[in-house]
Write a protein that binds this ligand. Sequence first.
Ligand code: FAD
Length: 316
Amino acid sequence: MLAVAERLRGEVKEQSLEASGLASRLGLKASCALLTGPSEEGWPELVKFYDEVVHVKHYLLAQPCPVVYSEALAKVVELRDPKLVVMPHSSMGMELAPYLAAKLGAPVVTDVVDVEVRGSELRASRYLYGGKVLARVRLAQADRYVLTLRPGAFKPAPRPSPGRIVELSLSLEAAPSRRLLGYVEPEAGEVDIAKAQVIVSVGRGLRDKANLPAVEELAKLLGGVVACSRPRVDKGWLPKDRQVGNSGKTVKPRLYLALGISGAFQHVVGMKDSDLIIAVNKDPNAPIFNVAHYGVVEDLLKVVDALKQQLKKTGG
Ligand SMILES: Cc1cc2nc3c(=O)[nH]c(=O)nc-3n(C[C@H](O)[C@H](O)[C@H](O)COP(=O)(O)OP(=O)(O)OC[C@H]3O[C@@H](n4cnc5c(N)ncnc54)[C@H](O)[C@@H]3O)c2cc1C
């Protein structure tokens, strides 16, 4: 297997380690391709998870661009001949995987949550219709396959001893199709949910903005802060820095109270490592209950009121 490491501002993203979990499950040797600019160092963490890190340095690789990256990766694939090429299902992976698959003439499956090998057949599972249907995709026989893995679906599997780093120089011809002008930092808010120990998080189940103060009061009684799922930021109810998830923040509080949040994977990846997750949802089949330690099937406003009353009685 060849895993593709993803970098942001020179740092390798944690999700780049998750393909090692798939390799270990399938009993495959795994190399990891790290593509960087000429002056960048390797990332020591990678060798703890992969048999080999193939570090390709080139001035054209300093910024991610699918045209140049797919050319470099196709050359690494030619040298290492992996059966599987795997990368995170991120903004970069979503774009790069189809480019690379087209270049290699390989089938591609994106947003994969499980992989199974049956004889000579490869099957990949992915969710459809906003997580309501799990599809098992049987791949046509091919020399190799390209997959993007859903963040959090596979746990990184450390190796017993560190792998090796191989520096590879390649000649690249592709002209970058874009130029990175810079990064735009989100405005700093008054509350940093990433540091909070108690988070009361609201989703679309909180239907009326007029009920938000009741949730804020509950959070205060618990000594915590209010966070939310993306639809509540999109509505402008709370600022972007309160959003938990894939395109928001990752939080690991002691208590995460999820109120009226369905548990879409984009949300769950940002809160699944919380110490204690309590979910309140009217729908007993809501996927949030798969990650919650405790679940309450009830109208969230009733639960908020009951908790507030109890906390006021006991003095918080
Ligand atoms: C590229 C991309 C990135 C994304 N990034 C993020 C992200 O970072 N964070 C994020 O959260 N989402 C993100 N999303 C959106 C994500 O896919 C979901 O749409 C979103 O998380 C759903 O939010 P929700 O659970 O609040 O709403 P819904 O899915 O609509 O769920 C509402 C839930 O409330 C329950 N409910 C309704 N009324 C009540 C009530 N009175 N009491 C109790 N329960 C009730 C319902 O049963 C339902 O389960 C992203 C999507 C994309 C495509």
